[in-house]
Design a protein around this ligand. Structure first.
Ligand SMILES: [Zn+2]
Length: 131
């Protein structure tokens, strides 16, 4: 081979090497890009799912707002009665059942007399406040 041919082989070899490096870099870039695209697609799907759920909830709310409403009435059981002696301020508490046994039914309570066990004074049961 001539000197010129050797030089040519050397140049080709270098060129080939360079091309291989370029190819490898290109492959890596492609892989990275694919990964980024997949991530972006996943994020997009998640965002769209969230948006669809928000729309569904808003539509449900609109549907409910348009409906007729009914007020609620809750019946409650009386549990206890508390009151204070108007003379000495002694606080008293009886269960509703005990209070009724002692002073009768609610419509009998007003003007019913009670005697304070602490100061011994007598007083009248007054207004009822139901809570
Ligand atoms: Zn008293």
């Amino acid at each position: 081979m001539t000197k010129q041919e050797y030089i040519q082989i050397g140049r080709d070899s270098m060129k080939h090497n360079h091309n291989m490096q370029l190819y490898a870099r290109q492959k890596r870039m492609q892989k990275r890009l694919t990964k980024m695209l997949e991530q972006a697609a996943n994020d997009l799907v998640a965002a769209l799912t969230e948006l669809a759920e928000a729309f569904r909830k808003a539509a449900e709310k609109m549907r409910v707002v348009k409906m007729k409403y009914s007020d609620l009435y809750v019946s409650q059981m009386p549990t206890s009665v508390t009151w204070e002696c108007p003379h000495c301020g002694m606080e008293n508490e009886l269960s509703y059942t005990e209070f009724c046994a002692e002073y009768g039914e609610p419509y009998d309570w007003e003007y019913t007399k009670a005697t304070c066990p602490r100061c011994g004074e007598t007083y009248c049961l007054g207004n009822q406040e139901w809570e």
